[in-house]
Design a protein. Structure first.
Length: 487
């Protein structure tokens, strides 16, 4: 009798081939950004603490990431392994720095997914209260963890369909309410003031920028799916540019219409006084109770989509590390039945289960503790990783431009590296904006990032000393075989 266990037949070398097109990858990236959830939870914070120029700042942030993407997709043509930023940094800056980057980005994605479970739980709990059902938040956190793990082990096509449906619903409700605001003329009439660059300088650009960069978290994950993509030379660039442009247009429009809904002064006041309900109030006022109900539902699915997308990315980074024997080789296996990195998926699901139960038993808050503290290292790590990748792109093509233009592999990556380094330092300097915690807690959260980075560096140095054959295969496009490892 055939077994249905995904572990029954595995191989370390192949994922589902030709399973994805550019639109599927865009679904993964946009869903990971959780546009509705981010809009409800973060845009009011940017407006309240930064100013109405948040809409313009989304455009500035998008331009920086588009410049970064120029070199990023140019290098994608020469990288044909799941591993993303890990492989890029290794190819450009060497195996030691590359493994440090791998540990860093794996921790960032894993913690981001686990932390987002807290938001899902509190929103799901609140949703069912509207139907007269009182439930503990931990119930929904456990449900999310189980479903996340199950979908992570299933075929990637299923995940793409699930994420795509959720993403379409999220975008639709944001557009519907936004159009209703436009038709009504807003609170004080419509204006383009939020797009005026002077509004960025008039407010607090640091607070705006620290929040807007988080809105694009995960866009670089497009290259993680290179082995599963049809015609990657065309699909990966399309997906990368498409995801950034789509997010820029959506977030800029949303940040604009929410200001119009309350007026310039009223928007800042409301964002500071009642940020969580700002979008719900606008939905009720301009689109009715039906829009409010739909928004309450889609916010929950939005956050689950983010959990699932970051879970998938973390599992694939664990896959890459396992293939290179940087961590136990078992992580390099994929299910022949489902074509998924089942070991990484199961490991991260187990980690999330333990964390959720620990936070519940300690009486900690699912939003203020699990989500805010859990997402903070990722907010720092992602732009830092992108900065390292930009530097790696310059170094990689310095040896051989491989027919690429100077703009693509020298100028654009250097500009992006400087900008992303500035963003990283700015986020660290304003970490209290995200955590509302004291110096000791903030220092510990920042330390998580650098412990992961230097932990990977130390692991690489150990492998170079004690297992040189394994070290030689780190981040390689042609990884060391089992026979070579045993030699």
């Amino acid at each position: 009798m055939a077994t249905t266990d995904p572990r029954s037949a595995t191989t370390p070398e192949t994922l589902s081939r030709n399973a994805l097109g550019a639109r599927h990858i865009v679904f993964f990236v946009v869903a990971a950004a959780a546009p509705l959830g981010f809009a409800v939870g973060a845009i009011p914070l940017a407006i309240g603490r930064g100013g109405i120029g948040t809409a313009a700042m989304f455009i500035v942030t998008g331009v920086i990431l588009l410049i970064f993407a120029v070199g990023y997709v140019a290098m994608a043509k020469h990288v044909r392994r799941a591993g993303g930023l890990y492989i890029y940094v290794t190819e450009g800056l060497g195996r030691t720095v590359g493994l440090g980057a791998a540990f860093l980005v794996t921790v960032a994605y894993a913690i981001a997914a686990t932390g987002a479970v807290g938001v899902f739980a509190i929103l799901a709990q609140a949703l069912f209260v509207q139907f007269g059902l009182e439930t503990p938040w931990v119930l929904w956190a456990l449900i999310a963890t189980v479903v996340m793990g199950t979908l992570g082990i299933l075929k990637v096509e299923l995940n793409a369909r699930v994420l795509g449906v959720i993403m379409i619903c999220e975008v639709a409700i944001l557009l519907v309410v936004g159009i209703a605001v436009v038709i009504a003329g807003g609170a004080d009439g419509l204006s383009l003031a939020p797009f005026n660059p002077t509004e960025i300088l008039a407010g607090n650009p640091g607070a705006m920028l620290a929040i807007t960069i988080a809105a694009f978290a995960g866009f670089e994950a497009t290259v993680l799916f290179v082995e599963e993509t049809r015609n990657p030379d065309r699909s990966i660039p399309r997906a990368t540019y498409g995801a950034i442009v789509l997010l820029v247009l959506l977030y800029a429009f949303v940040a604009w219409w929410i200001v119009m809904a309350f007026g310039a002064q009223g928007a800042v006041e409301t964002a500071n006084a009642d940020p969580i309900n700002m979008f719900f109030t606008a939905a009720t006022q301009y689109a009715g109770e039906g829009a409010l109900a739909l928004m309450a539902i889609f916010v929950v699915t939005s956050w689950f989509a983010s959990v699932l997308a970051f879970h998938n990315a973390a599992a694939r980074y664990l896959l890459a590390l396992g293939r290179d024997d940087a961590i136990p080789r078992k992580f390099g296996e994929v299910s022949q039945r489902f074509g998924s990195p089942w070991v990484g998926s199961l490991t991260h699901s187990t980690f999330t289960l333990i964390v959720v139960l620990a936070f519940f038993l300690l009486g900690l808050d699912p939003y203020l503790d699990l989500y805010v503290l859990g997402s903070t290292p990722a907010v720092i790590a992602i732009p830092l990783m992108e900065c390292l990748a930009a530097i790696a792109i310059v170094a990689y093509f310095a040896r051989d431009r491989r027919g690429q233009s100077v703009w693509k592999v020298v100028v654009a990556p250097i500009v992006a590296a400087v900008a992303l380094a500035t963003l990283t330092l700015l986020i660290i300097s304003q970490i209290d904006v995200f955590t509302a915690r004291g110096g000791l807690v903030n220092s510990a959260l920042v330390a998580v990032v650098f412990v992961a980075l230097f932990g990977g560096v130390l692991r690489a140095l150990y492998l170079r000393w004690r297992r040189p054959r394994v070290y030689a295969g780190l981040g390689s496009s042609t990884p060391v075989t089992e026979a070579e490892l045993e030699a």
